[in-house]
Design a protein. Structure first.
Length: 246
């Protein structure tokens, strides 16, 4: 059986896997989850990866699962630790030596880029992204994710009301924006088995981009899951079956 290392996305914490874990453990798997230091505004992607690495026990059968923001982190962990599989759930997929903002800057107007103090480091290198779909659903761009209504409508759109209320009450401040602005220190995507789960009703990460990027960057066809952005909270039993399927 495998150890599923569950790495949360922005505004969440180890708590967000609480509904999923029983379904994985019922199949005999082990699980581990940790809080990333997202409240620390200066926390880097490498520090996020270190938090995961420090939580991992020594084992030779690790399945590393990353949701949303954590897609930028789990490949860094796999550079340092032997893992059997990387699974991206409605997740960003990093490009070595490129920031997430670099990848979608061509979709933003000059005033928005100026507000970010953004200057492309190598414009010719970014041309490869110009034909890509937009990473983020337009309705989510610029929204205040400390607002409970925004979280309900975008993060937890298909969760049961009690789950939504609980998740919002557990929400953490996302002060570190390294997953957007930092140049990813990844040397190359690790050569391990990969799986990408696209959430077809995602209101944060574009399902169109997810399908495109899974094929282009990971070399796999995305697995379709009829879910909003957080299937670990809205459809944990179904997600567990996808995570454990061959």
């Amino acid at each position: 059986m495998s150890l599923f290392c569950l790495v949360h996305g922005a505004f969440q914490g180890a708590w967000c896997w609480d509904l999923l874990i029983p379904y994985l453990e019922a199949q005999g798997h082990k699980t581990i989850a940790m809080d990333l230091p997202i409240e620390n505004a200066s926390a880097t992607l490498s520090q996020f990866a270190d938090a995961v690495i420090q939580a991992l026990p020594k084992t030779d059968d690790i399945v590393l699962v990353g949701h949303s923001m954590a897609g930028t982190i789990i490949p860094l962990v796999a550079e340092a630790v032997n893992v059997r599989q990387l699974i991206f759930i409605a997740a960003l997929i990093p490009h070595p030596r490129i920031s997430t903002l670099d990848q979608f800057s061509h979709h933003l107007d000059s005033d928005t880029l100026k507000s970010f103090n953004y200057q492309a480091k190598n414009p010719s290198k970014l041309k490869q992204f110009h034909d890509e779909p937009d990473i983020f659903e337009p309705a989510s761009v610029g929204k205040d994710f400390t607002d409970a209504v925004v979280l309900r409508d975008l993060f937890y759109s298909d969760c049961q009301p009690d789950v939504t209320q609980w998740a919002i009450s557990k929400s953490r401040l996302q002060n570190s924006m390294a997953y957007i602005f930092e140049t990813n220190p990844l040397k190359a995507l690790p050569q391990v088995e990969r799986k990408y789960i696209v959430c077809t009703n995602d209101r944060i990460i574009s399902p169109v981009w997810s399908r495109y990027a899974a094929r282009k960057r990971l070399g796999v066809d995305a697995i379709e899951l009829v879910s909003g952005h957080c299937p670990h909270l809205s459809h944990p039993e179904l997600l567990a079956s996808v995570l454990t399927s061959n």
